[in-house]
Design a protein around this ligand. Structure first.
Ligand SMILES: [Zn+2]
Length: 232
């Protein structure tokens, strides 16, 4: 999950079906599903953080409209979410980037074969706990196997991660501070910044999808510390 800085509420009456409203939401969410961080350029839906059924007064509330992929929209439990005691973190208000950690756990026999996604938090309040449970459903699809092919999804995320790790490896292999190293460093920053998506739309290799995983790799290794300062 990534923090989202929502743009100012559009003037006038909002209708979430409106093309312009959807366009604005797309931009605010960097074209990413707010739950799984997959790109949603074409196949997307608008999610109501407080559900339409439980909060009919919030159906067209600007702060209640979130960009979601159709898979996550099926997995997210509509009936109970954000009811009292079931609240989850809101990436537009809560610092989800520092509260939730996402990592791949790899198979012991094959270091490139992802086995599951670990979702962790150092803080354990109720809201965070509920979010971890939800993200477990989203990524590890407990009880929801039919909704999305888990391993196909892992492959997609893992390809991006391996690609990112390869660029990191190239960077640290070069000892002297030459132009080539600088250029590779720039590429790493592109992988880590949310605004990259606007420059590279449609280009798989540098897209910012699954940015939380890549940033976690940087946070987990003190040798990579120099790249932490480029997080936006
Ligand atoms: Zn999703």
């Amino acid at each position: 999950m990534i923090n989202i800085k929502r743009s100012q509420k559009p003037k006038g009456k909002i209708n979430y079906h409106d093309k312009d409203i959807r366009k604005k939401i797309h931009k605010d969410f960097y074209h990413l599903c707010y739950l799984c961080e997959n790109e949603v350029f074409t196949s997307y839906e608008i999610d109501h953080f407080y559900t339409q059924k439980n909060s009919p007064d919030k159906i067209n509330d600007w702060d209640n409209l979130f960009l979601i992929c159709s898979d996550c929209n099926k997995i997210r439990p509509k009936k109970e979410i954000n009811k009292k005691g079931k609240e989850v973190l809101n990436p537009c208000c809560d610092d989800v980037e520092n509260l939730i950690q996402l990592r791949f756990i790899y198979n012991d026999n094959d270091i490139n074969e992802p086995e599951k996604i670990e979702i962790k938090s150092i803080n354990r309040n109720k809201k965070i706990k509920n979010t971890v449970i939800l993200l477990n459903k989203i990524y590890n699809l407990e009880n929801s196997f039919s909704k999305r092919d888990r391993f196909l999804f892992y492959d997609k995320i893992n390809n991006r991660i391996q690609n990112f790790k390869n660029v990191l490896k190239q960077y640290f292999k070069i000892k002297e501070n030459c132009r080539r190293k600088k250029n590779i460093g720039k590429k790493i920053i592109e992988f880590l910044r949310k605004d990259t998506i606007f420059k590279r739309v449609g280009r798989d290799d540098n897209s910012i999808a699954f940015i939380s995983f890549k940033r976690q790799i940087i946070k987990d290794n003190p040798d990579y510390k120099e790249f932490e300062k480029c997080f936006d």
